[in-house]
Each structure stands twice: as structure tokens, then as C-alpha cells.
Design a protein around this ligand. Structure first.
Ligand SMILES: *Cc1c(COP(=O)(O)O)cnc(C)c1O
Length: 435
């Protein structure tokens, strides 16, 4: 769905964008439209909607009013022209890749990515011959060096899961522009409250809304945002779903009919109508509600994470902390430039006692929950090498900055003194158990 013009400031948009009092009943809260189908006015309207001559609701796999409200809100917060909601962050990454590419194509990817994205990329390579061309390091020069004539896109995260590295989005966007490639940014760990990648030249944004956008760890969801900035026309049949006629839609050419939101429309037609991973209206409703407090939560997430990271850095049992907002950290300059509020609340650290100490630390925590997800109100911990990054090859784990000694934290909104006290008692027990 198309977003509203950006006139209101961020915190106001988080509360209001994309939803209004219900015209039918006056309900102030966005109603949940639990209906699969929508009655057509006429047979002509039904045919027009199916042929994409007119827009309108027909079947909730492709679009639904509650889901559309969420799409408009996230599009507004990202400064995008349109957004498409999907059933998970994983399917957001998948649909972007499937819409841009077909068998035999390639794309340049950051070597440091969420484990699920790396796993998906390996699977798609093996089964569908979509080749990830991993940059040798995180610099724009390394991304540029990896480009070949087969390259169809550049994919990276704004803030990297799990090590909190802040990427040089503007530098990588300049490379993408020079080579006529769309830049896809997974903005899950930053959320638009910390970074709006479109302002730095990104063309497509993906989110796992299961994390900070929803905020409370209740529902899984994903989002694809179309900046409307990429010149698809200039690339012709390289992007054939966007620039070539769809014979089954009376020869529809998406970039002619929808020049400002071509990518979002192609994702909706192919990704939702054909492939099918739409978002439930209930999940859209809960995510929409969560977003209303996003700016407030991100402020506190960042402040708490910084306090915990600073505490860990000075602890004698700790080997290193990867949180680039701390002075003297690698990547500090990029963090200061892109995220003055702080690089979110997900980061890694390592104990001097290596893997045994890392596992004992996790087992000894009481307040901080041991579980796989991230980016919610409660503080969470996991050992990535044996869980989220388990399926990767050892060299891929190393490139993603996940070693056997690495612990991942997702710092929530508790009082930071209580979090530090819990970490302190867990570290003391590790010292007594392992020495
Ligand atoms: C969690 C996550 C995903 C996958 O999202 P799901 O909603 O769990 O499917 C993708 N990218 C990043 C950066 C993530 O943290």
C-alpha cells in the first residue's frame, strides 16, 4: 500500500501513520479485519482487480486492510514509497531475492549477516543456483570488488546481528549506484528509529518485525519496503518481473503501470499472490500496536545496552565486548556517524574462559532468559555457535564474528542495575565453577 507524504515527525508517525479512526464505526484503534475475502461491487470490478487495472481488496493472501495499515506505517517510518508485509523476516529476505533474481543469477552479500540469512543463501545456492558473492571484508571497496556481470543486487545489514557492527551504508550505496544495482538493507537490528537507510541511498529495506518493531516478542512477521528510488527502467530485462510484460496479466509491465512502487508491486504479485507467505491480520495488529512505542523503547534499549556493555568491558573475566558505542572499539567512527543514539541493544562478548565459561555463564543467569530470539522488552541471552549459527561452516561462522567463546545478549527494558546484578552473580558463579 502507498505511504502518506512525510509531513509529521518520527514519534508522531510511529503513533499515527497509516491508521485513522475507522470510518464505518468511529473505532479509534485500527480494527482487525478477520476476513479472507472482500465482496466485489460488480463483476467488472472483480475482473479489474484481478487484472491489476484497479487496486482493491479481494483476498487476504495478497492484501488485507489491517495488514495494509501496518504496511503504510512502516513505509512512513522508513521514508519508503510502499511496503509489503510478509509472514516472517526470513520470508522478507527470501521474497526480495526471488523477485530480483532467477536461476543463474548472483548477488553480492556482506560476509557478516544474521545466521538465518546466511543459511538461506547457502540453501538457495545449492537448490536454485543463486550465487552469493561474499565481500572479502566490510569495506565498500570489498563489496565493489565482488561484483561481476551476473550480480543483480547488493545485500547487507545496517547493524549486524549479532555483533552490532555498523555498516557503511552510504559507502556501499555509492558502489551500488555506480554499478546500477539495487542496495538491499536488512534494517532489523536498527529499526527506523535508529537508522533510515533510504536516507543514505538504500533502495529496498527488509525487516523482521518479530524484533524491535513488534517489540514484545509476541508475533513473527516481516516487511519489505520499496524506496521508489531505483531506476529499474534503465536495466531492462535484467529485472524481468519488473520490466517485462506479464502474459497472465494482459501484458502488464509493472514499471510502466506503477513507476514509483514497481518493486513493491512485483513482490506483492509474485511473492504474495503466487508464493503466498502473507501476514495474519492479528499479527499485523499486534505489530502496529508495538510500533507506537518504538521511539521510546529504542532510547531505553540503547541506554541499557551501553550500561551493560560498559560494565562487561571492565570486568576481569571478560576477554572482549563487541559494542561499537564504547570508546576505543573497532567501528566506533561508523557507529558515531550512523547511530548517535547507540547501535541498538544486541551485541556479543566473550569470557576469558572460552566456550565452557560462556555456556556456564548462560546457565547461571536468572533474570536474563536463555532463548533464541532478540529485540524485545525482556533481556535475552544465547550461545550462537551451538544454536543460531550452528548450521554454518566454521569459516562462515568466523566471518560472521561468532566463535565458540561468543555470547550474544539482547538487552531489554529492565532497570539496568538489576541486569548488571544478574550478570555479576552469573560471572561470579562461573569464576567459582571454572576458575
Ligand atoms: C531475526 C532476523 C531475521 C529473520 O526474521 P524472522 O522474523 O525470525 O523470520 C532476518 N534478519 C535479521 C537481521 C534478523 O535478526
Amino acid at each position: 500500500m502507498t505511504a502518506e507524504p512525510k509531513t509529521l515527525r518520527f514519534a508522531t508517525q510511529a503513533v499515527h501513520a497509516g491508521a485513522a479512526p475507522d470510518p464505518a464505526t468511529g473505532a479509534r484503534v485500527q480494527p482487525i479485519y478477520f476476513t479472507n475475502g472482500f465482496v466485489f461491487d460488480s463483476t467488472e470490478q472483480a475482473a479489474d482487480i484481478f487484472a491489476m487495472r484497479k487496486t482493491g481488496f479481494s483476498y487476504s493472501r495478497g492484501s488485507n486492510p489491517t495488514v495494509a495499515a501496518l504496511e503504510r506505517r512502516v513505509a512512513a517510518l522508513e521514508g519508503a514509497k510502499a511496503a509489503v508485509a510478509v509472514s516472517s523476516g526470513q520470508s522478507a529476505v527470501l521474497l526480495v531475492m526471488m523477485t530480483l533474481m532467477q536461476t543463474g543469477d548472483a548477488y553480492v552479500a556482506s560476509p557478516r549477516l544474521f545466521g538465518g540469512s546466511l543459511g538461506l543463501m547457502r540453501r538457495l545456492e545449492g537448490r536454485y543456483d543463486l550465487t552469493p558473492q561474499f565481500a572479502a571484508d566490510l569495506t565498500p571497496e570489498a563489496f565493489e570488488a565482488a561484483i561481476t556481470p551476473q550480480t543483480k543486487a547488493i545485500i547487507c545489514e545496517s547493524i549486524v546481528n549479532p555483533c552490532a557492527t555498523v555498516m557503511d551504508i552510504e559507502g556501499i550505496a555509492a558502489v551500488a549506484k555506480r554499478h546500477g544495482l539495487p542496495l538491499v538493507i536488512d534494517n532489523t537490528l536498527a529499526s527506523p528509529a535508529l537508522i533510515r537507510p533510504i536516507e543514505y541511498g538504500a533502495d529496498i529495506i527488509v525487516h523482521s518485525t518479530s524484533k524491535f518493531l513488534g517489540g514484545s516478542g509476541q508475533v513473527i512477521g516481516g516487511m519489505i519496503c520499496d524506496a521508489g528510488t531505483f531506476d529499474w527502467k534503465a536495466q531492462g530485462s535484467r529485472y524481468n518481473l519488473i520490466n517485462d510484460p506479464w502474459p497472465d496479466y494482459d501484458g502488464l509491465i509493472v514499471s510502466d503501470r506503477f513507476p514509483e512502487i514497481s518493486f513493491a508491486v512485483a513482490c506483492r504479485l509474485f511473492g504474495l499472490r503466487d508464493l503466498g507467505p502473507g501476514l495474519s491480520p492479528m499479527n499485523a495488529f499486534l505489530t502496529l500496536t508495538g510500533i507506537e512505542t518504538l521511539p521510546l523503547r529504542m532510547e531505553r534499549h540503547c541506554a541499557n545496552a551501553k550500561a551493560v556493555a560498559a560494565y562487561l568491558k571492565d570486568h576481569p573475566a571478560v576477554d572482549w565486548v563487541s559494542y561499537p558505542a564504547l570508546p576505543g572499539q573497532k567501528g566506533e567512527a561508523l557507529a558515531n556517524r550512523y547511530v548517535p543514539q547507540g547501535p541498538g541493544s544486541i551485541f556479543t562478548f566473550a569470557l576469558k574462559g572460552g566456550e565452557p565459561a560462556a555456556l556456564a555463564f548462560i546457565a547461571n543467569l536468572e533474570l536474563v532468559s536463555h532463548l533464541v530470539n532478540i529485540g524485545e522488552i525482556k533481556s535475552l541471552v544465547i550461545h550462537p555457535a551451538t544454536t543460531t549459527h550452528r548450521q554454518l561452516r566454521p569459516e562462515e561462522r568466523a566471518a560472521a564474528c561468532v566463535g565458540p567463546e561468543t555470547v550474544r545478549l539482547s538487552i531489554g527494558l529492565e532497570d539496568p542495575e538489576d541486569l548488571i546484578a544478574d550478570i555479576e552473580q552469573a560471572l561470579a558463579k562461573v569464576g567459582a565453577q571454572i576458575g
